[in-house]
Design a binder for this molecule. Structure first.
Ligand code: NAI
Length: 302
C-alpha cells in the first residue's frame, strides 16, 4: 500500500486552533507537511478574537518535531484571505494544500433568523472559503499542484431544523467546488468536500452525550488527509465522515419523463399526471458537469 506522505508540501488549515482543524493540522504535520495554523480565536458564535488558539496548536506541532506558523486573520475578509496565503508563502515558499475549515454557528428558526445572524454565518463559511481559496488557487496554479478541501455539513446536504443560515452557506460550498474543480483540473488542482460529524464546541449541545464522548475528530481526519494527498485524483467528491464510517453523497438526477416530442408544449396536467416518474430516482445518474446533463435531452434534439 502506497504511504501517504506530505514531505515538501505546504498546507493551510483555517480554523485550526481547535476541533477538526487542529486534528487535520496535527496529522498533516506528523506526515511532514509545513502548516499554517490559522485561527481568529473567537467564540463559537464568532465574537471576539485571540492569538491563543493558533499559538497553542503551533506549539503542539513544534513539540512533535513538526513545522508550523500561526496566523490570526479573519477568513471572512479578502485582506484576511490574502494575508493567510502570504503567511504560507513568506514562511514556506508556496501553498500546496488548503483546508477550508473555519466555522461558527448562529442557530435560530427561520423567522427568528435576523439579518446579522444570516450575514455573519454566510461570511465565515462561504465568503471565507472564497477569500482564502482565491489567492491559494492562484499560487497552486503557478506551480501546478493543489489539493483543496471544503468543509460542508449534513445540515446543508440533508437539512437540519434551525440552521437555515448555516445550511445555505455550507451548501454554497458545493456549488463553488463544482466550478473550481473544472477550472483547476488542468493545473492538477483537485477540490473535494468533507461532511464531518465530530465532537467539538460546535456540537457539544447537539450530539447526545454518549455520541459526544466517542466521536473524536481523529476518526474524520483520515479522509481529509487522503483528499489532500498526491494519490487522490478525484475532484468534486462529497465525503461523509464520522467515527470511522465514510461514504459519498452526491447530487444525482433521475431518468425523468419525456412529456413532449420536442414540438408539443406539455400542460401542467401532463406534469401532474407524470409526477411520480419525474421525481423517481431509480437509475439516477451523477453528472460531473452541466454539459454532461445536456446528453439527457438528446432524444428531443434529433
Ligand atoms: P470548532 O469551533 O472547534 O472549530 C472552528 C474553529 O474555527 C475555531 O477554532 C474558531 O476560532 C475558528 N474560526 C471561526 N471563525 C473564524 C474566522 N472568521 N477566521 C478564522 N478562524 C475562525 O468547530 P469544529 O466542529 O471543529 O468545526 C470545524 C468545521 O467543521 C466547521 O466549518 C464546521 O461548520 C464544520 N462541521 C463540523 C461538524 C461537527 O460535527 N463538528 C459537522 C459538520 C460540519
Amino acid at each position: 500500500m502506497a504511504k501517504i506522505d506530505f514531505k515538501g508540501r505546504v498546507a493551510i488549515v483555517t480554523g485550526a486552533g481547535a476541533g477538526l482543524g487542529r486534528c487535520h493540522a496535527l496529522e498533516l504535520a506528523k506526515r511532514g507537511a509545513k502548516v499554517v495554523i490559522n485561527d481568529l480565536g473567537g467564540s463559537r458564535d464568532g465574537v471576539g478574537s485571540s492569538d491563543a488558539a493558533a499559538n497553542k496548536v503551533v506549539d503542539e506541532i513544534k513539540a512533535l518535531g513538526g513545522q508550523a506558523v500561526p496566523n490570526y486573520d479573519n477568513v471572512a475578509t479578502a485582506q484576511g484571505g490574502a494575508n493567510i496565503v502570504k503567511t504560507a508563502i513568506d514562511a514556506f515558499g508556496k501553498v500546496d494544500i488548503l483546508i477550508n475549515n473555519a466555522g461558527i454557528l448562529r442557530d435560530k428558526s427561520f423567522l427568528k433568523m435576523e439579518e446579522e445572524n444570516w450575514d455573519s454565518v454566510m461570511a465565515v463559511h462561504l465568503r471565507g472559503a472564497y477569500c482564502v481559496t482565491r489567492p491559494a488557487f492562484e499560487n497552486m496554479r503557478e506551480h501546478g499542484f493543489g489539493r483543496i478541501v471544503m468543509t460542508t455539513s449534513g445540515a446543508g446536504i440533508f437539512g437540519n431544523f434551525g440552521q437555515s443560515n448555516y445550511a445555505a452557506a455550507k451548501t454554497g460550498l458545493i456549488g463553488l467546488t463544482n466550478v473550481i474543480k473544472l477550472e483547476g483540473a488542468k493545473y492538477n488542482i483537485k477540490v473535494n468536500i468533507l461532511a464531518p460529524v465530530a465532537a467539538s464546541r460546535l456540537t457539544e449541545d447537539v450530539l447526545p452525550p454518549a455520541f459526544f464522548e466517542k466521536m473524536k475528530p481523529d476518526y474524520v481526519t483520515p479522509a481529509v488527509l487522503y483528499m489532500c494527498s498526491e494519490q487522490c485524483q478525484d475532484s468534486g467528491m462529497i465525503i461523509n465522515a464520522a467515527l470511522g464510517y465514510f461514504s459519498r453523497s452526491a447530487i444525482v438526477t433521475g431518468p425523468g419523463a419525456f412529456l413532449s416530442d420536442g414540438a408539443k408544449i406539455p400542460t401542467p396536467e401532463d406534469v401532474m399526471d407524470n409526477w411520480g416518474k419525474i421525481t423517481s430516482l431509480e437509475n439516477a445518474q451523477y453528472f460531473y458537469q452541466l454539459p454532461d446533463m445536456f446528453g439527457a435531452l438528446a432524444p428531443l434534439l434529433k
